[in-house]
Unconditional design. Structure first.
Length: 107
């Protein structure tokens, strides 16, 4: 335990998560990525795919499906988080990954 700190594991850190990103110059709007995105994070708007970063779990199905190579995985900053908030977000991600694993096992 660190002396003088309360709580003992208090910290504040910049957190980055990997997320899908669509290069609009390469996207042809075919919608294949939307059909494989099990979280519904990708939608085609004005003939271009768009990613909702709050729903993307970085499963990479869209990257592997895109015929134009328009979808990439990039680091996405979610900001500075204190330990409690970081722990809560990691718990959400853990639940999403378990759901993804169950979905894959059912295939």
């Amino acid at each position: 335990m660190i002396r003088g700190s309360n709580p003992p594991y208090f910290f504040n850190a910049m957190v980055w998560l990997w997320k899908a990103f669509v290069d609009e110059h390469l996207c042809v709007g075919c919608g294949r990525c939307t059909r494989v995105c099990w979280t519904g994070a990708i939608r085609v708007v004005d003939k271009k795919a768009r990613v909702d970063f709050t729903r993307c779990v970085c499963c990479t199905a869209c990257v592997r499906t895109c015929p134009a190579g328009a979808v990439q995985i990039v680091p996405y900053p979610i900001g500075n988080l204190e330990f409690e908030e970081l722990s809560a977000r990691l718990n959400i991600i853990e639940r999403q990954l378990k759901e993804l694993t169950r979905s894959i096992q059912q295939l």
